[in-house]
Design a binder for this molecule. Structure first.
Ligand code: PLP
Length: 393
């Protein structure tokens, strides 16, 4: 059977693939420690589950909802943003979607014409480039010369008259770094000057550590805000990956067209997830803080142990999200592997530790390790990595 050219060009999600392999090994009775997945290890907080059960019992979840979500939830998104960032949006500027991933997918379909370019700084989240390609756009990857954050000068060098969008993700998956207010202001002003739409992926905005402060592009004054589309979701901060709640905040005319497309794609996010999300956003927020503190503790414990491994370098300690993205070029050399990919495959097969290859994020000398797993497993993983590396040196 013939497969379309459009789909033939898509690479499967490296993180999902690896996760599937690790799960398969586990089901065969192998004691795998999976640091590959990007999801919190906590269950969804009880109050959120209870709200979902109540919605089911009351029959509220039995029917289709509007394509971009129920009004109460859109209102709750606006209220949360007003409380967190002091900026006001209207309900018609919000679309609730099946995960932040689908928000980004629909945005690419809504904003891009054939050949339009999207500037994507490295390291990037795995789906950005593929989603742009599916929409007929051209991903233009921008490599930071120094470190893991792109500068406005580097973006300017990559800009052409076809550039339409830049995607900024802070705190960043996979590096965990946060763009400072000054860096964001520079990018924001540049985007305004050249009429480039900024998509800010704030998925990890609530997960920042050790006194760091997250600034969103929507906070930087009206001019930058009007140039910015916000994508976020409840997966990471509220430990709700399975519920698939994401949202876009954008100009009303963009939301309206997104709604038209969503109406032909998923119809709407499952109603039960919308009622769960309503409780997450309007109920007690202490649950978020409790999980944040746990991630912070793990980061602080495991970071020094990781950088003590032979050849591993990680200049900047992560400030947010829940990933470590060390450079292992030297480790790969020391252990005699031909590539990071081979190193990662052997680490899984022999030491039973699953990490993600850096090439999935555009940086093949790196690996990504998630610390959204319990501390004992994390420490055991580092121990196994140490033994695995030392055995080969
Ligand atoms: N953006 C980033 C940077 C992510 O890491 C993820 C999930 O891994 C998403 C968006 C999408 O998350 P979800 O679709 O679960 O809302």
């Amino acid at each position: 059977m013939k497969i379309s050219k459009r789909v033939m060009q898509i690479q499967p999600s490296a993180t999902l693939e690896l996760s599937a392999k690790a799960k398969q090994m586990k089901s065969e009775g192998i004691d795998v420690i999976n640091l590959g997945v990007g999801e919190p290890d906590f269950n969804t907080p009880k109050n959120i589950k209870a709200a979902a059960i109540k919605a089911i019992e009351e029959g509220k979840s039995d029917f289709y909802t509007p394509a971009t979500g129920i009004n109460e939830l859109k209102k709750a998104v606006c209220a949360r943003i007003a409380a967190d960032f002091g900026v006001n949006y209207e309900q018609n500027q919000v679309a609730v979607t099946v995960g932040g991933k689908f928000s980004l997918y629909v945005l690419a379909q809504t904003l891009l014409d054939e050949g339009d370019e999207v500037l994507i700084p490295l390291p990037y989240w795995v789906s950005y480039g593929e989603q742009v390609k599916i929409a007929g756009g051209v991903p233009v990857f921008v490599t930071p010369e120094d470190g893991l954050k792109v500068t406005v000068e580097e973006l300017e060098k990559a800009r052409t008259d076809k550039s339409r969008i830049v995607i900024i993700n802070s705190p960043q998956n996979p590096s965990g770094l946060i763009y400072t207010r000054d860096e964001l202001e520079a990018i924001g002003n540049w985007a305004v000057e050249h009429d480039i739409v900024i998509i800010t992926d704030d998925m990890y905005g609530k997960l920042v550590y050790n006194g760091e402060h997250f600034v969103s592009l929507i906070e930087l004054g009206d001019e930058i805000r009007k140039q910015t589309i916000l994508v976020s979701g409840l997966s990471k901060a509220y430990s709700m990956t399975g519920w698939r709640v994401g949202y876009t905040v954008a100009p009303a005319k963009v939301i309206k067209k997104m709604g038209a497309l969503i109406g032909h794609a998923t119809s709407n996010l499952a109603a039960v997830s919308q009622y769960a999300a309503l409780e997450a956003l309007t109920g007690p927020q202490e649950v978020v803080e409790k999980m944040r503190v746990a991630f912070e503790e793990r980061l602080n414990k495991v970071y020094p142990e990781l950088i003590a491994l032979p050849g591993v370098t990680l200049k900047n300690k992560p400030q947010g999200a829940f990933y470590l993205f060390p450079n292992v070029k030297e480790t790969v050399k020391l252990t005699g592997f031909a590539s990071t990919d081979e190193f990662v495959a052997a680490l899984l097969d022999e030491a039973h530790v699953a990490v993600v290859i850096g090439s999935a994020f555009g940086m093949p000398d790196h690996i990504r390790m998630s610390y959204a797993t319990d501390l004992a497993s994390l420490e055991e993983a580092i121990k196994r990595m140490k033994a695995f590396i030392e055995k080969r040196m």
